[in-house]
Design a protein around this ligand. Structure first.
Ligand code: NAP
Length: 219
């Protein structure tokens, strides 16, 4: 993509994969509507901070989960109206409390093993489970019947590259992202910078849940 004026090289480096992921999740996998209640796991992460700011502009009630008190503050400052520390709290019980028992239209889950199948219990009847990552490990094989038992649910396992498969899709997704960043609605939080020679440390910190927002490697 050609980086438009008004977007720094560092922001561009930090935002394309994560920001286009937020775009397709919010606008295409399950197109959110004002008034929807949405749960997003790992809200203080790279995709999470972009997703939160963008979703807020789309008028949804946004619930995020995070693994620490510091991350909770960050998520609150980036669009999440309700934040649950899932390392200390039962997130299903908290979602029930927050929504007055109505639960969510959609759950976006990149945590995988540790949040499954509890994420399904955060959905209302005919809700949509979007599993787009596996930071804690892959979801084990499961019986499709669980989707009927838990409320005629929908489930999908999307991948960015199949949402930007054509030049047109890539351009449209990138343009939507450029627009929300240039307007100031979405700010890119480059919260870690590593020398390229320290790429292994960057990976270890990501794996160790030490990072927030986005990370860039400086050649
Ligand atoms: N399908 C797609 O198209 C697509 C595209 C981009 C990214 N992804 C995936 O989406 C996820 C988010 O990407 P990101 O770059 O924004 O990463 P990230 O959310 O910044 O980092 C991963 C976060 O996951 C949480 N986590 C929970 N359990 C964990 C565990 N056992 N080990 C490590 N982390 C754990 C941690 O946050 P807490 O401490 O708050 O729990 C951690 O900070 C990743 O799984 C990535 O692979 C998928």
């Amino acid at each position: 993509m050609k980086v438009p004026d008004g977007i720094s090289d560092e922001d561009a480096a930090g935002m394309m994969l994560k920001g286009m992921t937020a775009e397709y999740l919010l606008l295409r996998t399950y197109p959110v509507k004002p008034g929807d209640t949405v749960l997003y796991h790992a809200a203080a992460g790279g995709v999470g901070l972009i997703f939160g700011q963008w979703a807020r502009k789309l008028g949804v009630t946004l619930i995020g989960t995070v693994g620490s008190a510091e991350k909770a503050e960050l998520a609150k400052a980036h669009g999440y109206e309700h934040v649950i520390n899932y390392s200390e709290e039962d997130f299903v019980a908290r979602v029930k409390e927050i929504t007055g028992g109505k639960m969510c239209e959609v759950v976006y889950d990149s945590v995988g093993k540790d949040t499954f199948p509890a994420s399904l219990d955060c959905l209302r009847v005919r809700g949509m489970f979007v599993s787009f990552g596996q930071s804690s490990g892959p979801i084990p094989p499961f019986n499709m019947a669980i989707l009927s038992q838990k409320g005629s649910l929908y489930a999908t396992r999307p991948t960015l590259f199949q949402y930007i498969a054509t030049r047109d899709e890539l351009q449209t997704s990138a343009n939507a992202l450029f627009d929300v960043v240039k307007s100031g609605d979405v700010k890119i939080r480059v919260n870690q910078r590593y020398a390229l020679a320290d790429a292994a440390k960057a990976h270890a910190d990501l794996e160790g849940r030490k990072t927030t927002g986005t990370t860039v490697l400086i050649p």
